[in-house]
Write a protein that binds this ligand. Sequence first.
Ligand SMILES: Cc1cc2nc3c(=O)[nH]c(=O)nc-3n(C[C@H](O)[C@H](O)[C@H](O)COP(=O)(O)OP(=O)(O)OC[C@H]3O[C@@H](n4cnc5c(N)ncnc54)[C@H](O)[C@@H]3O)c2cc1C
Length: 546
Amino acid sequence: MVSTHAAAIIVRMPIESAGLPAPVAPALEADDRGPPPSVAIIGAGPAGLTAAYLLTRAGAAVTVLEADPRLVGGISRTVEYKGFRFDIGGHRFFSKSKEVEDLWTELLGGDMLVRPRSSRILYGGKFYSYPLRAAEALKNLGLVEAARCVASYGWARAFPVRDPRSFEDWVSNQFGRRLFGIFFKTYTEKVWGMSCKEISADWAAQRIKGLSLASAIWNAVLPQRQPRDRAKQIKTLIGSFRYPRKGPGMMWEAAARRTVEQGGEIRMGCRVTGLARTPTGWEVRHVDADGRRQTVEADHVISSAPLRELVLGLEPAASPEARAAATGLAYRDFLTVALVVKPTLSFDDNWIYIHEPGVKVGRIQNFRSWSPELVPDPALACYGLEYFCFEGDGLWNSTDQELIALASRELVQLGLARADDVVDGHVVRQPKAYPVYDDAYARHVATIRQELDERYPGLHLVGRNGMHKYNNQDHAMMTAMLTARNILAGRPLYDVWNVNQDAEYHEDGDRGAEAKLDRERDGGHDGSEAAAGGLRQVPARVAGGA
Ligand SMILES: Cc1cc2nc3c(=O)[nH]c(=O)nc-3n(C[C@H](O)[C@H](O)[C@H](O)COP(=O)(O)OP(=O)(O)OC[C@H]3O[C@@H](n4cnc5c(N)ncnc54)[C@H](O)[C@@H]3O)c2cc1C
């Protein structure tokens, strides 16, 4: 998950295994009006495999088509290189949904570790805990810089930018330009690839509330009175999360295995190129691992493939409006340079946010802290240096050797390794890591939804890029769970677009606190508002901005 804020060391918990209870996710019954349906599923990521597992358990005939030749799990896969295991982005397994938590336990049980969460910010060669500790922040910033921050805050309060339209102006008004420069500007610009002057103030207002880095810093610099009402006090961050001992892909390998045991078929190396309506259902066209054109026929299709590609591959062709909407959907891409390193200057955090302006790396994962089994050699460390980019830009197009050299240089520059510590490196590219929410995305998604509802019955969208929704695993899974129920019931019991998330859900709240997935469909969704309603906020450009 990407956040403008850094996360924190809150609680150090012992590593322990979760028990393996009897299956707890509700068994799905096939609709009793006929034989179980046949379902083709595009993508063996968390959404596709959740649907496949639940549908095969209920007796449906399922074929999963996955473009990757070897690995299931999608963005949540585990990549292996010479025995080292990498997690693309670092996947915490945490959900407020009890059904999701229970399904994870059902699939992996004792292979799920409970890991302490720990991350810090690196800025100016110093580490900052989060929430900030006053003494540490003061010591790190130094009295002179802390005084400058206070003065800059005072200036911003006295002379605020009137009607702030950009992220930069909004944050500077709230906290002063100095704190904005230290704790917001660099990281935000690295993640989203645009200047803070171009990012809309709405996003800042939505994102920076409650427990924010800035309020923590401000409290640290100028301690304030605690509100008497405890409910008004900021909730603490979650201090631990569950994690499969061999990385997130282990969960999805288990789901794939169980799907096959239940009679499902998973075809690897099969890229879906188009979908055609037939008199009774769907024909799913794909190119198989040997480059041959193939088809699969099914009553229903569940797609977790990027919405843009799906709509452009429909037959009969979608309307020009829907095709234009699909073409307008944008993505942000991501790459990890994993470095195997002699840990002469090691750290314990799961990850570190890099706020230093002089480097391109945005975040550094420390894979051993996620699970010791990710790093096979106890004498070595393995770090994942994360670069946010656009497919086709300079970073993306660099050779692996160039990227490994860049990452090695930056690790040394940051003081996290010595020049001769880096032993080996491996690059993992992740296209379409983030569906982008620009000014037009909600309108585009609404146009596409309407078209699919009206003209393409039996085609179901799930997951992150499948719905162009900033879903984490749990919400991607929920959309699949509800879709499976809809298919088995033979009618749309649930509106999957109502699977909701608040931007801070990963930061607070109780694990498994929500017993029910979603309320039954009440006809309540409405076009673009509903499309936007369940969507995690990602920055939009300032209207009319560059
Ligand atoms: C940096 C980062 C950090 C994250 N951190 C967390 C976290 O801490 N916790 C968390 O819960 N979530 C996290 N997530 C989100 C998580 O990765 C996604 O929510 C999840 O993987 C989405 O599942 P999905 O099945 O919808 O899509 P994906 O994971 O994208 O899977 C889709 C699958 O479909 C396949 N596919 C696509 N097109 C085709 C086609 N045409 N034909 C055949 N197959 C196709 C792909 O190869 C892929 O395997 C993070 C994401 C990122 C980018």
